[in-house]
Design a protein around this ligand. Structure first.
Ligand SMILES: Cc1cc2nc3c(=O)[nH]c(=O)nc-3n(C[C@H](O)[C@H](O)[C@H](O)COP(=O)(O)O)c2cc1C
Length: 319
């Protein structure tokens, strides 16, 4: 038995794997394009990018994608949310994923511009609201995910509830690292999966080598929850900076360009993410999913090989 394809509006991915958007500049055009070319859906993490930079990354992804499906991910909490969405639509992006907050208005903008909108939610209630508002599909994310979290419940508990709440395609996210995990999600009723952490260990991921090394070395005990000035908890790997945050001794921001609609100003999350992406991990935040330590082969490989491995694991189980 083969993996089913994933259809979102008129876009069909041969392989039902979405590479989750990762900011700041962890998933750029190179990774999104490679995943799309391999048959999945590749997503650029657009939060923290300028409009010009995003337009350029979309062109890079499109060139590499060989006709595959690409999207952008933008967090609603970003002050430039609408500018990013408009830029992506102008660049004829296939899909727009939105997380870290919820906008009802985006669905009308998507419909007016023929751009499917896929919200990332963590409850059946929000899945229902998104369905009524005109979402093209739903990504449901559990507490196992990396980055900002909307819940402390497992994907295994939320997914069946969301499956019942909507007839739209449902994509499960959080903690998926093996083919067996994918099969489990499909059995729970998902039409596809969204995976992020696994793709950090790809050649095309735009994080500097020390960031990827932290992923290779992380143990179960290194994975912690921090509080983000966005107003949400976030899942990360311990670094010296993260230890300071856990001890409530995060450095106050020195300057601020007001990149978030609401910020606690406890510390600057965007600068901390930029530092780690560039390799200064001990002074930064390294976001990661809960199950990074479960990845069997933590070598850095082409994204296409990672997808091939996951697909062959699934097919071995499905027979
Ligand atoms: C380094 C990193 C950065 C992330 N950045 C974003 C982001 O900018 N926007 C978003 O909606 N989700 C973000 N996420 C969440 C992922 O897109 C994805 O849904 C989630 O991590 C899936 O769980 P997994 O990492 O265990 O596969 C991020 C995750 C990681 C690991």
């Amino acid at each position: 038995m083969k993996l089913p394809e994933l259809k979102i509006a008129d876009f069909i991915a041969r392989i039902p794997i979405i590479q989750g958007g990762m900011a700041v500049r962890i998933s750029t055009g190179a990774l999104a394009g490679a995943v799309a070319a391999a048959g999945g859906i590749g997503v650029i993490g657009a939060s923290g990018m300028s409009f010009e930079e995003l337009a350029n990354e979309i062109r890079i992804a499109r060139e590499k994608a060989r006709g595959g499906v690409i999207g952008i991910n933008i967090m609603f909490a970003a002050r430039e949310f609408w500018g990013i969405v408009t830029t992506a639509i102008k660049e004829k992006i296939d899909l727009v994923f939105t997380g870290a907050g919820f906008s009802r208005d985006i669905f009308k903008v998507g419909q007016d511009n023929n751009t499917p909108i896929v919200p990332i939610v963590s409850s059946a209630r929000l899945a229902q609201t998104a369905t009524r508002c005109g979402a093209a599909a739903i990504v449901v994310e559990g507490k196992e995910a990396g980055g900002h979290l909307g819940t402390d419940r497992s994907i295994k508990d939320i997914l069946p509830e969301v499956r019942q709440a909507t007839d739209l395609p449902v994509v499960a996210a959080g903690g998926i690292t093996t083919g067996a995990d994918i099969v489990e999600m499909l059995q729970f009723g998902a039409n596809g999966v969204q995976i992020a952490t696994r793709f950090v260990l790809s050649e095309e991921c735009n994080a500097a080598l020390p960031f990827k090394k932290r992923y290779q070395e992380a143990t179960k005990d290194d994975i912690v929850i921090i509080s983000s000035p966005v107003g949400l908890p976030g899942r990360a790997i311990r670094t010296a900076f993260v230890d300071k945050l856990l001890a409530k001794k995060g450095p106050k921001p020195l300057g601020c360009d007001f990149c978030l609609k609401h910020c606690s100003l406890e510390y600057c999350i965007v600068q901390a993410l930029i530092r780690s992406q560039r390799g200064d991990i001990e002074n930064g935040v390294v976001f990661s999913g809960e199950n990074v330590w479960k990845i069997k082969d933590r070598s850095i490989r082409p994204a296409a090989d990672i997808i091939k491995e996951l697909v062959s694991e699934v097919e071995a189980i499905l027979g």
